[in-house]
Write a new protein. Structure first.
Length: 206
């Protein structure tokens, strides 16, 4: 009877965790959590770099396809506060770039004529599935802004970059950023069509 009481007492004493064991477990959990944070942050950085490289590859392909297929190709960018998407369109017709204008210096009729010409030009383009379907950037990564060939900057809405059958391209810059303040700048040379990607300093949207 005495032995059974001792055994029962010994068993009950090991039914829970001691304060020391709990503290050790908590310390291990904190160490693992802190160690994982850089990995979580670097995953966004990797995604931003991969997104920039993937877009640059498409821009290079658009330049080559425009020459070899004798087309005018444009990459269409759709940007809102949280997400960015892009896709390719092409046309066999010549598509001229609209010159930068000061809307304050134009009459209402002149503005309406410009808008009508822009719509007509845009209707010439059709989605080019041979080049690229619509692509959305991963969560936490977005296009911060685009500067087109007439030096217009877009950070929301729709923007275009054009490539021509002659081998020339619209000069352009695209900045891709992520939530961890990583930034990559894509630049297009209008003469050679060369596209380069470089890491750059993060800048808050002005």
């Amino acid at each position: 009877m005495e032995k059974s009481k001792i055994a029962l007492k010994h068993k009950s004493s090991r039914s829970g965790f001691s304060l020391l064991e709990i503290l050790i477990a908590m310390a291990l959990l904190i160490i693992l959590t802190v160690g994982a944070l850089p990995l979580l942050n670097s995953s966004n950085s990797i995604e931003a770099k991969e997104a920039a490289e993937e877009l640059a590859t498409l821009l290079r392909q658009a330049h080559d396809d425009a020459m070899f297929r004798h087309l005018t190709i444009r990459i269409v960018f759709e940007m809102d506060e949280d997400t960015s998407r892009y896709f390719a369109q092409s046309t066999s017709a010549k598509a001229l770039l609209m010159k930068e204008v000061n809307e304050n210096e134009l009459s209402r009729k002149e503005l309406e004529m410009l808008e009508e010409k822009a719509k007509e030009r845009s209707s010439l383009f059709k989605n080019d599935s041979l080049l690229a379907e619509k692509k959305e950037l991963p969560g936490g990564v977005k296009i911060q802004w685009i500067i087109n060939g007439v030096n217009q900057q877009f950070d929301q809405g729709i923007a275009f970059l054009h490539f021509f059958a002659s081998g020339k391209s619209e000069a352009g810059k695209v900045r891709i950023v992520d939530n961890d303040l990583n930034a990559y700048l894509i630049e297009i040379n209008p003469i050679t069509g060369r596209v380069k990607v470089e890491p750059t300093l993060y800048e808050e949207k002005k």
